[in-house]
Design a protein around this ligand. Structure first.
Ligand SMILES: NC(=O)c1ccc[n+]([C@@H]2O[C@H](COP(=O)([O-])OP(=O)(O)OC[C@H]3O[C@@H](n4cnc5c(N)ncnc54)[C@H](OP(=O)(O)O)[C@@H]3O)[C@@H](O)[C@H]2O)c1
Length: 224
């Protein structure tokens, strides 16, 4: 889908849950054309309508996941982690030629333990093949921070893993557009550690009675 501005169109696949709508809202506020994806067109449209009400605009669209993916330049996967494999398989054709940002952290909130390798993003890349460029990011950005203080930039840092750093750069721009610092963090195999960090953050949130624990990196000068 060609947008009037130069920013890529983003599809948030499974964007009807907790994480996806907040990302969609923030990117729409940053000027990106945004599409919500769902297994059901009506559900996607409902979430788009809710977000548009907050934005006082009609800018966010809603479509079934495959249609949303085919209309976008960059797709962001935010389906519940237990649906990661079937979602990836069902969207294989629609994702061809695109960047897929995989935000999946395979951690059960009730029993947080780090997942075993390979990373969800590595599994996605293996299934999707080389016609899709998978980038892992946003696994440590809690849904609870995305929908509040909308007038303030996000303070969380984002670890971005990709086999090609140039693909990571595209996603670093997306994170920076929301005010976050984002860092290239190695290839897709490293993303399993980022998923595991989510287990640590959930455990910390439980212990300290928070919902917004995240990460900030020190000691890296990005030269900006
Ligand atoms: N929640 C957080 O704070 C957070 C933070 C960072 C990363 N993440 C990651 O983001 C992803 C989404 O988390 P969430 O908390 O937003 O999940 P969620 O609210 O439980 O579910 C997100 C969406 O997944 C879709 N879904 C459910 N079952 C499905 C299936 N069988 N096939 C395809 N899609 C299905 C649903 O969309 P439809 O019914 O509309 O299709 C649902 O709205 C997870 O991988 C999670 O690890 C979450």
């Amino acid at each position: 889908m060609t947008s009037q501005n130069t920013l890529p169109t983003l599809a948030i696949l499974g964007g009807t849950g907790k994480e996806g709508p907040g990302l969609a809202l923030r990117w729409a506020m940053a000027g990106y054309p945004v599409i919500i994806g769902s297994r059901l067109h009506e559900k996607a449209q409902k979430t788009a309508d809710e977000l548009n009400k907050i934005l006082e605009s009609e800018s966010i669209l809603g479509f079934e996941n495959g249609v949303a993916a085919s209309k976008a330049d960059i797709c962001v996967l935010t389906v519940v982690y237990t649906a990661h494999e079937p979602a990836i398989k069902s969207l294989k054709d629609d994702l061809k030629g695109k960047i897929l940002v995989d935000a999946t952290a395979r951690v059960d909130f009730r029993n947080p333990i780090p997942p075993a390798p390979p990373s969800a993003a590595r599994l996605a890349q293996s299934t999707l093949g080389d016609q899709v460029r998978v980038v892992a990011a946003f696994q440590n950005v809690p849904a609870a921070v995305l929908r509040k203080n909308l007038d303030k930039p996000l303070e969380e840092d984002v670890l971005v893993c990709a086999d090609d750093p140039k693909d990571a750069d595209e996603v670093i721009k997306l994170a920076e557009s929301l005010g976050m610092k984002a860092y290239y963090s190695g290839n897709l195999d490293n993303a399993v550690v980022v998923e595991g960090l989510t287990s640590i953050l959930i455990s910390m949130n439980k212990h300290y009675g928070s919902r917004t624990g995240s990460i900030q990196i020190s000691g890296i000068d990005k030269g900006e």
